[in-house]
Design a protein around this ligand. Sequence first.
Ligand code: PMT
Length: 365
Amino acid sequence: MTKDSNEPNGTNGDMAAADYFATNPKPASLDRQSAIARAFIEQHAHEGRRVALVTSGGTTVPLENQTVRFIDNFSAGTRGATSAEYFLEAGYAVIFLHRQYSLLPYSRHYSHSTNCFLDFMTHNVAGAVVVESEYQQQMAKVLERYRKAKRENALLLLPFTTVNEYLWYLRELAMQMRPLGANGLFYLAAAVSDFFVPAERMVEHKIQSSEDFHQETTNGEGERAPAAHMDGKSLMIDLDPVPKFLKQLVDAWAPQSMIVSFKLETDPALLAKKARYALEKYSHHLVIGNMLSTRKWEVLFVSAEGGEKWIRVPATRRTKSLTGRDGDIVENAESREPAIEIESWIVPEVAKMHSQLIEKAKLQE
Ligand code: PMT
């Protein structure tokens, strides 16, 4: 794959995407999960409910077919799992396409946290295991919302691990969601790898680090060398670019749906510029820019209709004392914590924009 073939605009981008699915294997679980998704979408389309596909968590890039080593993308799944809850609250049905074992809607309140879930439990006088009284009220609220989502079959959980699985699922779900027209929403919060090992350049077995056990580093004649191989004591990794699928999603896979992408940056000078660039390049509806360090209390909305707008929730400063070996305070570390979940402001804004798009689509019918 050349650099040009990764260009998403025009023929080269289309070619790269088509080529990708012809040369990289379909996940074994895709057909089964696709049938489940179809039934889910049909149910909600029949009830006239909007459906949001929320992607969440990081994609992996395996270096071996029988995978021992892989490269990962940063994302705990907080943005996606939290947003999914607010979409459900706003009346959406949600397909939650997430990295396996990353945070999930509702259970996120009690997993991956600094407390083990057992720290929320205690024994009552009769010896039964119950929730500690200080957590009762909050857990009852979460439980009620979780049960409602289950009762209404409003939340479908679909896991992925690799970038290949993610891309196959994204395309399949986009096709399944087409009948929804403007009632479909794509909220792409997953952190998707920009580089990968194509199937034809993947080695089968664990790469041997010991020089005494080095494997062949060239494939057959005319074939490209494996993407990851040992060179002396060094592991050499030469990854191909992942075609940018946003263009295909917007133009071909889901042309009537609302599409929201995220842009993650670490350099504040680049955030607005890169978000504007993505909007212009892919011509979708909204880019939500966020900085790694401040993503929990501020995001930048960039859209053709609304221009640029910061959403900021109040953040409180917390001072935590770090103690030395002898128990003395050696440092006061300051951290900022959002006073409320920023997704509780992001999602209603997105839903409002989605309503406007649906109204516009109705006028054009
Ligand atoms: O889960 P948390 O810890 O809360 O973190 C949330 C988050 C910071 C990961 C999230 O808010 C976020 O910013 N997600 C997007 C990160 C990202 O992948 O950015 P990107 O610049 O690589 O991609 C931008 C967009 O292009 C993405 O919406 C992606 O869907 C799309 N893309 C990416 C790669 C690719 N080959 N094709 C694509 O279409």
